[in-house]
Design a protein around this ligand. Structure first.
Ligand code: HEC
Length: 94
């Protein structure tokens, strides 16, 4: 692979990884889309990935009180939860 081709590939990977993982944008209909915004729904930005993943697991098990999150959490697999949680923990808003 030529170095020019390699840099094109690397640029493409960088562009792709800056996008929210699949599913994360769906959370932003209810959870605030920016760390600076305050809404009645708990912000996910700024929480640790471990905490978000643990909460999603607890919603799935019915251990965490819920109104809607049980259904949402059941639609998210463990891998997807990790990716989404990492995105919010990193605080990217793009
Ligand atoms: C329909 C609105 C809605 C959507 C969409 C939504 N949430 Fe929630 N979320 C809530 C509400 C409301 C709560 C408070 C618990 C409850 O009432 O179910 C909550 C709570 C949470 C909590 C617990 C936060 C805490 O610190 O207690 C986490 C984690 C969470 N949501 C993650 C997500 C993720 C990840 C997504 C996207 C896959 C998502 N939510 C999509 C409404 C939503």
């Amino acid at each position: 692979m030529t170095s020019r081709r390699l840099s094109t590939v690397l640029a493409a990977i960088a562009a792709v990884t800056m996008l929210p993982p699949p599913g994360a944008t769906a959370c932003l209909g209810c959870h605030p889309a920016k760390p600076s915004v305050t809404t009645p729904v708990v912000p996910l930005f700024g929480q640790s990935a471990e905490n978000i993943v643990a909460k999603l697991r607890a919603f799935r098990n019915g251990e965490q009180p819920y109104t809607v999150m049980d259904r949402i959490a059941k639609g998210i697999g463990e891998d997807e939860a990790q990716a989404i949680a990492g995105y919010f923990a990193r605080g990217e808003t793009k």
